[in-house]
Every structure is written in C-alpha cells, then in structure tokens.
Design a protein around this ligand. Structure first.
Ligand SMILES: [Zn+2]
Length: 69
C-alpha cells in the first residue's frame, strides 16, 4: 500500500575496504562465509566499509583525495 514503508534514508552503500570502490560483488568460495570481491582492484575481503548514503561516500572520497595530494 505504501511504497515508502522501508524508509528512503536507509540505503546503505557498501564499498571495498581496499580502494573504496562501490563496485563490489558477493564472492562465493568454499566454506568461506560472506566475502566480497572488488571489481576495481580484484581484492577479496570479508569486510566492507558502509556509508549511510552516496553523499557520505562522495564526501569521504573528496576528503581522502585531499589528504593524498
Ligand atoms: Zn577495491
């Protein structure tokens, strides 16, 4: 009945813990449990970094780039 029941503010963005790319996919291995493979750096990890929304991720990446330069 109500399409907004889930709440629009609950969209969590998961990114690669290595390169912070949001292009991660579930990775299935043997008895490994929950893992992810990053499509940008090919790293496989058990943990991802979560951001509340895309704006938080973009802001984080901007800050990070600033630090590296
Ligand atoms: Zn990555």
């Amino acid at each position: 009945m109500n399409f907004d029941d889930r709440g629009k503010g609950n969209e969590v963005i998961e990114v690669c813990s290595n390169c912070f790319s949001p292009r991660i996919a579930p990775y299935m291995g043997y008895e490994t449990g929950k893992r992810f493979i990053c499509q940008d750096c090919d790293s496989i990890s058990m943990v991802t970094i979560e951001f509340e929304n895309i704006e938080s991720l973009v802001k984080f990446l901007k800050e990070k780039r600033k630090e590296e330069n």
